[in-house]
Design a protein around this ligand. Structure first.
Ligand code: AMP
Ligand code: MG
Length: 324
């Protein structure tokens, strides 16, 4: 676990243009000084991420929001007041302090206050904004432990802050508050239902967005193994069929089928609670990869509460791959 002196070292790495992997409550981020275009450029290089894909600027508290954006509409203030620190990212008009390198050339900027003591301590010691996407190679599974980061990025990161396992486990919910009505660009750790309760009205979840949202790339959050999605009651039969065909099958076994006999190479029995499922999701995908599975059979949870974000990530994990 990161110590006070680790936090100081990490802040110094950021001040001198380096990259720091930091824990947040969602996933681990690959952070740079948001105001240093060269450092921001290194994030894209290390991740292999196209430079047109915007990053999230992490700040230490809602009271700093005005320093990073041009204008804060009442809805943004309301949502920030309710959900920060927390897994909610607000897209607002870009303030002059934010270089275009961090926004992929967009005139909007995504901002959030992470709810993790190590991330908040780093932001406080550093004093500025930290721009950070997830600390993984572009398109692959997001890291939820410091070991995942070390295994995937190794020496490409100047410093890794260890903050244990991420408590939420899926990325933040991104809400665009630049238009007349707010809309969800990416479902995540704050549920649609919670947003609607605070806003007092339904919130849109457009299926395709005209804004460039990298998490919306067809194949994203993907393990090495191919992911196949079937109906929950077909998971066991599909796994058996694929295993017989010679695949090394990994199974996401729904809690309701926990007692069913499964013919497969490796089985993850899913937790009943969506909180636990979200927290474990990326770790489960990594685990099945590590066990040598070439095919993962899974089904989608009901798209309510955190189920919306989990289903979104599973669909992306199963999405078409350009490299295959
Ligand atoms: P990640 O995808 O985990 O690397 O984290 C960055 C996320 O922030 C991506 O999903 C981006 O789409 C999102 N994001 C950052 N800036 C913007 C923006 N200006 N408009 C829409 N989404 C944004
Ligand atoms: Mg990512």
């Amino acid at each position: 676990m990161a110590t006070a002196s680790d936090i100081e070292k990490a802040a110094e790495v950021l001040r001198t243009g380096g990259l720091v992997a930091l824990p947040t409550e969602t996933v681990y981020g690959l952070g740079a000084n948001a105001e240093d275009p060269a450092a921001v450029a290194r994030i894209f290089q290390v991740k292999g991420r196209p430079p047109s894909h915007p990053l999230i600027v992490h700040i230490g508290g809602a009271e700093h929001l005005d320093e990073w954006v041009e204008e804060v509409p009442a809805t943004a203030r309301l949502l920030a007041g309710h959900f920060w620190p927390g897994p909610l990212t607000l897209v607002l008009r870009r303030g002059r302090r934010v270089p275009l390198e961090a926004t992929g050339g967009l005139e909007t900027v995504a901002v959030r206050v992470p709810d993790h003591p190590v991330a908040l301590a780093l932001l406080s010691a550093f004093g500025g904004g930290v721009t950070a996407p997830s600390a993984n190679r572009f398109g692959s599974v997001s890291p939820t432990t410091a070991d995942h980061v070390r295994a995937e990025l190794g020496d490409a990161v100047d410093f890794v802050l260890d903050g244990g396992s991420c408590g939420v486990g899926v990325e933040s919910t991104i809400v665009d508050v630049t238009g007349e009505t707010p809309s969800i660009l990416r479902p995540g750790g704050v549920t649609r239902e919670d947003l609607e309760a605070v806003l007092g009205c339904p919130i849109e979840v457009p299926s395709t967005s005209h804004v460039r949202v990298p998490g919306q790339h067809p194949s994203h959050y993907a393990p090495r193994a191919r992911v196949v999605l079937v109906e929950p009651e077909e998971v066991v039969a599909e796994a058996g069929r694929a295993q017989e065909e010679g695949h090394q099958v990994g199974v996401f076994l729904p809690a309701a089928s926990a007692d069913a006999p499964v013919k497969a190479h490796a089985v993850v029995t899913l937790p009943e609670s969506l909180d636990a499922y979200a927290r474990g999701l990326y770790g489960f995908l990594r685990e099945l990869d590590q066990q040598g599975c070439d095919l993962i059979v899974a089904s989608l949870p009901a798209e309510q509460g955190l189920g919306l974000a989990i289903a979104n990530r599973l669909r992306r994990a199963a999405g078409p791959r350009s490299s295959q």
